[in-house]
Design a binder for this molecule. Sequence first.
Ligand SMILES: Cc1ncc(COP(=O)(O)O)c(C=O)c1O
Length: 406
Amino acid sequence: MSIPTDDHRRTPHGHSLTSDDVCPRPSPLPRQIAEPAAPPIYPASVYRCGSPDEAARLLAGEVAGYVYSRDGHPNADLLAEKCRELHQAERATVCSSGMAALALAALAHLQQGQHVVVSNQLYGRSTQLFAAELPRLGMESSEVDTCDLPATAAAFRPQTRLLVVETITNPRLRVCDLAALAELAHARGALLLVDNTFATPVVCRPIELGADLVVESLTKLMSGHSDVLLGFLCGRAAAWQRVVATQSTWGWSTSPFDCWLALRGLGTLALRAERAGANALAAAQYLAARGEIAHVDYPGLQAHPDHALAARQFAGRFGNMVTFSLKGGRKAAERFIAGARQIAFCPSLGDLSTTLSHPASTSHRTMPDAARETLGISFGTIRLSLGIESAAWVQAALAEGLNAVG
Ligand SMILES: Cc1ncc(COP(=O)(O)O)c(C=O)c1O
């Protein structure tokens, strides 16, 4: 079959190229002269198999290798291995987003008729996964304040299989006792699943505290540059039976380029987290001393209700997120956001730069006003994600916003 050709596609002898000429044929990879210092990107969606027998053995997982990139590819494996190591987990996989990782954890472990106990302070979409999506598949959930251990124990049913919490909650930055929650779940035949997005393994490794499964949105501080959307799930081997098949069947696979970017970002995670954490403490102390502010949430402040637990559980680190509520409500929040011109209003977190969000109009906008107010989130509430600028820059940028509140 001939393909349409232009003059520039003609060979020196005037023959037209055909698809026979242009389709790639099996050929050896270019000879590698030296090991590359940065990992290559493997964009292939499919890999050549040596024989039917080899294909069958690869697909059955009996030999290591790749067939189809929805099932796995080198860049996903490199990233998953790094995340596994950072969490000291036995197994890990990377997924197309943090939500995909959470859905994977839930669907790999739940059957119709089973029940989940979830924190009443989960990220908005996570709440919707358990309250609106899983019930359509016949799985029920109950929300509870997981900082309250007796209330959490009382929420369990005989059918409960999972307890789901966040290490540091969004946006009030509450911290619950992971070791106690793991014990409580295990005593009732359930697994503890922890969303560690706000902490990262720099602040907390929940598996060491007894968690069975950990998810993180790699989109955030882990990759750190607001240029990828990815998540990961890691956990104990005993909690991994269905994970591989569930991920491939539901199609929560990853882009090789995104995995490559995230792995590059991870190389600076410790440095970024250290600087951003120091900026968060300095920003929280500065904000707490300002008269325009009703309250500041940061687990590193002694006034925070979970400060003692956080200090013990996180070995002196408290993360890069700070939330505060302005006395003047919505008007004051609007003025602050307009005045703090150096701080981008971006409803995400974990970027190199300091960013802010307004939970009442973003992550918590679908929550009824009364429920939101019970959690202490008002229209005057601002959530800051501290970046790696100097502490002086951050303070000046916040002062601009506060001066505009009037
Ligand atoms: C705590 C938490 N978990 C999970 C997610 C979902 O991650 P992704 O946006 O990568 O799906 C987010 C997103 O903001 C989050 O804040």
